[in-house]
Design a protein around this ligand. Structure first.
Ligand code: FRU
Length: 613
């Protein structure tokens, strides 16, 4: 009451310019404007969350969160200026009993103090004991992993232990565009249903928490305790350094290693990815020397002291953009006892269809040095893991059995990830995939990414089954399931030896369609999303992507997953894959086949509806 009287008095006597306290004090929030672009917000009420109003196209304000007068965190938040798109919560639970104050520096371009004071963020900022995370998004996938709210990019730091798949991810808890990188955390017992866990590692004095990896230190080499989960990640502020954190509760909460950073270089390097080399009895770390287009290999006995051993990549494979998010592991070549090493290399831009993509190298690793295989002409071939536009930052889970290598990727592209038509959240991860190596007809070893075996449990009713049918110029059409907004899995085999090409059309009532075309002569499959639905949010979105099918002109079998805003096409059990986002205004409802230049055979067609997870 006293405060309100004070405000009224100051408004009467000095006008708004001289108001010592904001008019919002009754909400448990005290706002003191210190000038056109500098404001103090004191939280005086006892609630769980401070809800911050966001305007996606507003400039970022610098928000210093202070506890008892000491800086706790530095954040960058698009606080609303003249429109509120949504709210994000600042969780006050762990600040209980402390004085919470935000020092907010907004951009310079307010003309007067009066204008600055009228910004929507001050009026609409509020305290609340709840934060509504009910899904409000038409395009939120139903069986892919997404964050509860906010922006997500790379999956990283994943490990598997005691039947639980831990998935950490690059997360902005304060908006649906990239910023304030922390490690979000989700867990799953079946790779299908994901449970959201508390934030694992938050922005600290060394900067934001970029991508990295985690291992279970069973032999306690680092001294943090037997079975401690040890995470290495990049701390990013003005420069990038490598840091360490460990968890003694199975990956839920992490303590930072007091001696951080543990690796520093004189140039940009990030995304440390480590594994235990059982032959050399040491840890091996691959680090992306991003601007040099190379990866660096380090070894360590204890995860803390790392020795640089070698580098690989300069001048090899796709060299555009930056090299990021490496992964290195050994696998058997299908049908042989031969073992080869695969080095995953995510690069951006420079992908085959523009923007982000994942290339890989097959070769040998002797504990210190990676040597890539060469083709018949003596060159190191450029190989792609996925021939769509929306497959990036793909890395594997540590801790699975030695013969299982499961990966997951970020299902977007840096070209337009921040513009896709969602708001409450941005970006999903791909379906999990299990990797194999196979020798193709050209004699080279390639990586196959098949849908993880767990995914068959997604199947609901089989809505269509056709054993065999011949397709000519006359189009054959089947209905797609309508339940759960049309989410479904489609399987069929193609024999197009007598035709020039076959088109497979997935369309809806609004005339939007994805057109897949198999070309017999080139053995390629094209994915055309130029008329697939919403597309004008970015000039880089409309596209045709093309995959080589690695077959020798016989049958091709396709397995397609559709989940509201994505389509993943797996060919021949993952020998070729295309992952593309699509935003149909209404779900695709029909599947049709048309053969050109001769007839084709379609067999073993099965369409399954999918249960909401
Ligand atoms: C890849 C990447 C990583 C980095 C992270 C930051 O998408 O640029 O190199 O660690 O995103 O969010």
């Amino acid at each position: 009451m006293k405060q309100i009287k004070q405000i009224v008095a100051s408004l009467l006597f000095f006008g708004a310019m001289a108001s010592p306290l904001s008019v919002y004090a009754e909400k448990g929030i005290e706002i003191n404007h210190l000038g056109i672009n500098n404001t103090l917000v004191r939280v005086t009420g006892p609630s769980r969350y401070l809800l911050l109003p966001i305007q996606e196209d507003a400039e970022e304000a610098r928000v210093r969160v202070m506890l008892d007068g000491e800086v706790h965190q530095n954040l960058n938040i698009r606080l609303a200026r003249n429109r509120v798109d949504y709210f994000v919560p600042l969780d006050l639970a762990s600040f209980k009993g402390r004085h919470v104050m935000l020092n907010i520096v907004t951009s310079q371009n307010r003309a007067t103090l009066r204008e600055a004071k009228e910004n929507a963020c001050w009026k609409d900022m509020k305290l609340s004991d709840t934060f509504d995370t009910t899904n409000r998004e038409k395009y939120r996938p139903a069986f892919h992993h997404t964050p509860l709210y906010g922006w997500m990019n790379d999956p990283n730091g994943m490990f598997y232990k005691d039947g639980v798949w831990h998935l950490y991810y690059q997360w902005n808890p304060y908006g649906s565009k990239w910023q304030n990188m922390t490690w979000g955390h989700s867990t799953s017992k079946d790779l299908l249903k994901w449970e959201h866990q508390p934030t694992a590692i938050e922005v600290d004095g060394l900067g934001s928490i970029f991508s990295g990896s985690s291992v279970v230190d069973t032999a306690n080499t680092a001294g943090f305790g037997k079975d401690a989960v040890v995470a290495l990640y990049t701390s990013c502020d003005v420069s990038q350094v490598q840091s360490m954190a460990y968890s003694n509760d199975g990956g839920t909460t992490f303590q930072r290693y007091p001696g951080n950073p543990i690796i520093t270089l004189e140039s940009e390097a990030r995304d440390p990815n480590m594994f235990w080399d059982n032959e050399a009895k040491q840890w091996v770390l691959t680090l992306a020397h991003a601007l040099e287009h190379e990866y660096l290999f380090f070894t360590s006995p204890d995860l803390k002291e790392w020795t640089l051993q070698s580098a690989f990549g300069k001048g090899e494979g796709a060299q555009d953009g930056v090299w990021e998010c490496p992964d290195l592991f050994k696998l058997k070549v299908d049908g042989t006892g031969e073992e080869k090493w695969a080095l995953i290399c995510n690069l951006n831009p420079g992908g085959p269809f523009g923007g982000s993509a994942t290339q890989y190298f097959i070769g040998d690793f002797d504990g210190k040095t990676f040597k890539a295989d060469t083709d018949a002409s003596g060159r190191i071939a450029t190989k792609w893991m996925d021939f769509g536009k929306d497959h990036y930052a793909t890395v594997s889970w540590s801790g699975t059995s030695p013969d299982r290598r499961t990966v997951i990727g970020w299902m977007s592209n840096w070209q337009y990830a921040a513009e896709v038509p969602t708001k409450q959240f941005r970006s999903a991860n791909t379906l999990p995939r299990d990797l194999r190596l196979f020798r193709a007809p050209d004699g080279q070893v390639y990586l196959a990414s098949a849908p993880s075996p767990e995914l068959t449990a997604l199947r609901g009713n089989m809505t269509t089954t056709v054993r065999k049918t011949s397709v000519g110029k006359q189009t054959r059409t089947y209905s797609l399931p309508t339940a759960n907004d049309g989410i479904c899995e489609i399987l069929f085999d193609l024999d197009c030896r007598k035709a020039d090409s076959l088109t497979i059309n997935l369309g809806n009532k609004a005339g939007e369609q994805v057109v897949l075309t198999y070309y017999t002569q080139s053995h390629t499959l094209a994915f055309d999303r130029r008329n697939s639905g919403l597309k004008d949010f970015s000039q880089d979105f409309p596209a045709v992507t093309v995959a080589p099918t690695f077959e020798d002109g016989k049958k091709v079998s396709l397995r397609i997953f559709i989940d509201k805003s994505s389509m993943e096409v797996f060919g021949d059990n993952g020998r070729f894959v295309m992952t593309n986002l699509v935003f149909p205004t209404t779900p695709y409802s029909s599947l049709s086949f048309t053969s050109h230049g001769g007839s084709s055979k379609v067999s073993n067609l099965k369409i399954y509806s999918i249960k909401e997870q």
